[in-house]
Design a protein around this ligand. Structure first.
Ligand code: NDP
Length: 507
């Protein structure tokens, strides 16, 4: 990495990241190359291992949120296309995929995992261009974890009888999978890998703003020579997602996204025998006790809320600090915020990239304004933002009370709300005072306190002295309004199998 001395006067805003807060040194630009990547001008729907236009032919434009420039056009599926995709997947399940041995399914999954690794640079660049996330995150987190999910579930494909002894596990049929825009490739892997390992076929609908790595994955499916129809990918707006959910030949629905849409999907599936998993929003509490190693906690807090611009369902968006360390911790946090580099997602030194869409940026701005109006104190580092693109400064609110919207609603942006507490009981009471229950974090030196807090948190995942750690072997999911069901680990496999022993979910 090259360091250059910063000139006396601050340079004009440039399109690459700028050091914040008057740091004496600045980084030279370190842009990732894009010449090894091909983005097609137009992508058709991927059904039966072939790309074809929607019927009737209709497209919409996908843009780069960091530049607002168009990247490609993708097919806008019709109701008839949804039917074609589901029928193709059903036929593939009946005629090929469900007939293969677990060992043979595993070979395909291993092949996909290896191709993802081989093409990891290409995937990372396209992911950052399409979603706005920093290249160091797509390169070091999203793509390796996506490959790890395929490796992990490949290992289970021929061991289902051992995973669920005496339960005669059977595949369900066609899985409808709807994924969001914050981790496009990773959410695809979380959904497709366990579904295929369990012997199902899939129809996946990516978010409309971020379909490009899904279509790149379709290319991997062709390269891996999967039987036609095992993986189908269709693009279109939310209504197309709902058509997919409602299709009578779908046996399993897996959704990640907002709680509002999750509730609509739950209503649509109610009364059918479709299996359903919902991974919805969150408003995680990150709790710092006065005996915590503060410098380590600062890194965990930063990673908890500014990773992926805070567009993370399990982001540590509510920070609870024990009163006696509030002042030193906030001082350290503000200093650390000043070192975050906001800018070009393709620059290897960028910490905070672009917000995914103009609509999401407007939502973040509106909620931040509500925080100011309701009397919380705002802090933002003095960093310049690129002139184009959907950027937002990392933001910290102190003096937040439980009733403020910024303490209650999911912001899904780089915005941290800080609250205080005196006793562990008060921390538990306040942390659980939310309709969500996806994740939480605890920072303390005392092992006994960790056990007490972990047991008391009403959250599906609780991290101790760390935050935002993911592993394919570990189940992930929430309760209350954060959804139900688990993804990852053996639990994630069970969600794609009929283990009732009576074939209740299989057709
Ligand atoms: P949505 O829940 O609307 O989108 C998630 C996925 O669902 C997308 O593929 C979307 O398609 C699809 N979808 C939208 N409407 C329907 C529907 N009626 N039936 C079936 N599928 C549908 O999230 P948004 O993108 O609107 O984001 C809004 C808020 O949701 C964010 O601000 C954030 O708070 C939260 N969110 C939470 C996520 C999480 O991981 N928990 C992820 C994303 C958002 P399309 O893109 O075409 O609209």
């Amino acid at each position: 990495m090259t360091l250059t001395k910063k000139p006396e006067s601050r340079p004009a805003a440039s399109s690459w990241g700028l050091a914040a807060g008057g740091a004496p040194w600045d980084y030279a630009p370190a842009p990732e190359a894009t010449d090894h990547v091909t983005i097609e001008p137009e992508y058709g729907l991927f059904i039966g291992n072939r790309f074809a236009p929607s019927k009737p032919r209709k497209t919409f434009t996908v843009i780069n949120p960091a530049t607002e420039e168009p990247l490609s056009k993708v097919a806008h599926a019709s109701k008839a296309d949804v039917h074609r995709a589901v029928t193709t997947a059903r036929e593939a399940h009946r005629s090929s995929w469900s007939k293969l041995s677990g060992r043979d399914r595993a070979k395909y999954l291993y092949r996909i995992a290896r191709i993802l690794q081989e093409r990891s640079r290409e995937f990372a660049v396209v992911e950052s261009m399409n979603s706005g996330k920093p290249i160091k995150e797509s390169r070091d987190v999203d793509v390796p974890l996506a490959a790890a999910h395929f490796f992990y579930y490949a290992g289970w494909a021929d061991k289902l009888d051992y995973a669920f002894p005496n339960r005669e596990p059977r595949s369900l049929g066609v899985a409808a999978q709807i994924i969001p825009w914050n981790f496009p490739l990773l959410m695809l892997a979380w959904k497709i890998a366990p579904a295929l390992a369990a012997g199902n076929t899939v129809v996946l609908k990516p978010a409309s703003t971020t379909p490009l790595t899904a279509y790149l994955f379709a290319d991997v499916v062709q390269q891996a020579d999967l039987p036609p129809g095992v993986v189908n990918i269709i693009t279109g707006p939310g209504e197309i997602g709902m058509e997919l959910v409602r299709h009578p030949d779908v046996r399993k629905v897996a959704f990640t996204g907002s709680t509002a849409v999750g509730k609509m999907i739950a209503r649509a599936v109610a009364g059918t025998d479709k299996k359903l998993t919902l991974e919805l929003g969150g408003k995680a509490a990150n709790i710092v006790f006065d005996d915590a190693p503060l410098d380590q906690a600062i890194e965990g807090i930063i990673n908890g809320i500014y990773f992926n611009q805070g567009e993370v369902c399990c982001a540590g968006s509510r920070l609870f600090v024990q009163e006696s360390v509030h002042e030193p911790l906030i001082d350290k946090l503000k200093a650390r915020l000043g070192t975050l580099r906001v800018g070009d997602p393709l620059d290897k030194n960028t910490d905070v990239g672009a917000i995914n869409s103009a609509g999401q940026l407007a939502k973040v701005q509106e909620l931040v304004q509500s925080g100011i109006d309701e009397g919380a104190e705002i802090f933002q580092p003095d960093c310049e933002l690129p002139e184009r693109g959907f950027f937002f400064r990392p933001t910290l609110f102190t003096g937040v009370s439980q009733s403020h919207r910024i303490a209650q609603e999911e912001i899904f942006g780089p915005v941290l709300s800080v609250l205080t507490f005196r006793t562990p009981e008060e921390a538990i009471e306040k942390a659980n005072n939310t309709p969500y229950g996806l994740s939480a974090g605890v920072w303390t030196e005392k092992g006994s306190r960790i056990f007490k807090m972990v047991a008391a948190m009403k959250a599906g995942v609780v991290w101790a002295n760390t935050f935002n750690r993911f592993d394919p072997t570990s189940p992930f999911g929430g309760y209350k309004e954060s959804g139900h069901g688990r993804e990852g680990g053996i639990h994630g496999l069970a969600a794609y199998l009929d283990i009732s022993g009576d074939g209740a979910h299989t057709r």
